[in-house]
Design a protein around this ligand. Structure first.
Ligand code: NDP
Length: 324
């Protein structure tokens, strides 16, 4: 049996229920993993609330780390006893143990703890594809990155620094801005007290930035577009403040032949080898010390509601994990 967090209906954090579930044996292409920690992500909030609808009841959580307990036929990249970590579908990582597809589960280097593994896979693979698989970025380019003190954000700040990219962050308090600066942001704008568009123009001598990485959505979309240089790209990859409203694509021309994309990490990691290669890149950044995984909050499984309230209420910094 495994203590597992499930939702029976979409809703607020009260919808999160802890149940005992039977964990079976892995079938072909699957493994059974005993978690040591699992990671919280804002996508879990969208799935719980129903912004991203799911068939119900459903377990939640898309990131975890632990020990491989059993493997099914055809799994060759893992063996029983391996340390492993993953970002993967279907949701269900908020639990003591689970059976799941093996393709996106990656052997975890000894230098990286289970807690770090659980705190970095979904967020770090996201940063990897944002900086290397979405639009060509090179040393000296300037990126505007919203929510720079969050889980994805603190990894992005350090990743940008390690690649010689100037990252202008935004964050919701002066303390959060300081944290982003400490992690490698070149500048950080408190977008609750300053107009980030004006400030970006000032910081770039009126030119704008090459790329905006926007996971805040509704509140920042317009200012993000207007922060771009001609030919710049807006990567809109999340909806923390609500989904981006319908938009007239015709406006991209007069604004400077701008580009917009709306990617998902799950497209990028869908192929087994791509996922393993991206994870290898992420692990190398962490093992080299270029990227340190900042675990800002840790909760036990039976306080999952408090963990969701903190993440949704903008009370967290860096990554949030559940220890098991
Ligand atoms: P964070 O730790 O970054 O938490 C979200 C942050 O968004 C908050 O801390 C807050 O920071 C900011 N925010 C701005 N407006 C609001 C609002 N109205 N309500 C709540 N928060 C708000 O979360 P994650 O690191 O888990 O994820 C960051 C974003 O990246 C999320 O939007 C997530 O969905 C997206 N994402 C997308 C992926 C993809 O492939 N498309 C994959 C992974 C993540 P502040 O107070 O500083 O404003």
């Amino acid at each position: 049996m495994s203590k597992t967090v499930v939702i029976n209906a979409h809703g607020g954090s009260d919808a999160l229920c802890l149940e005992d579930r039977v964990v079976g044996d892995p079938g072909p292409g699957e493994i059974r993993i005993a978690h040591r920690a699992c990671g919280l992500n804002f996508i879990d909030v969208y799935q719980r609330s129903g912004l991203y609808p799911m068939t119900l009841p459903h377990a939640l959580g898309m990131e975890g780390a632990g020990i491989v307990e059993a493997i099914g036929d055809g799994v060759t990249h893992l063996k029983v006893g391996d340390r492993a970590a993953y970002a993967a579908q279907p949701p269900g990582s908020y639990c003591e143990a689970r059976v799941m597809p093996a393709a996106q589960v990656c052997p975890l280097p000894d230098e990286i703890s289970f807690e770090e593994g659980a705190a970095m896979m979904l967020k770090g693979l996201t940063v990897q594809y944002l900086f290397h698989r979405t639009t060509p970025l090179k040393k000296g380019d300037t990126v505007l990155f919203h929510a720079a003190a969050g889980g994805v954000g603190l990894i992005a700040c350090q990743w940008a620094r390690s690649e010689g990219i100037t990252l202008i962050g935004t964050a919701g308090s002066d303390e959060k801005c300081q944290l982003a600066l400490d992690h490698g942001a070149a500048h950080c704008i408190n977008y609750r007290t300053e107009n980030f568009l004006d400030k970006v123009r000032e910081l770039t001598n009126g030119e704008g930035v090459d790329v905006v990485m926007d996971s805040v959505g509704a509140d920042t979309f317009e200012g993000s577009l207007d922060s771009l240089k001609p030919l710049g790209m807006l990567i809109t990859f999340g909806n923390a403040s609500g989904p981006v409203p319908p938009f007239n694509l015709g406006l991209l021309g007069p604004k400077g032949s701008l580009k917009i994309t709306r990617p998902s990490v799950f497209t990028h990691i869908a192929k087994h080898q791509d996922c393993q290669d991206m994870a290898h890149h992420l692990f190398s950044k962490v093992v080299s010390g270029d990227v340190k995984i900042n675990i800002g909050q840790t909760f036990p499984l039976d306080r999952i509601k408090d963990a969701h309230d903190a993440l949704e209420g903008r009370q967290t910094v860096g990554s949030t994990i559940i220890t098991l």
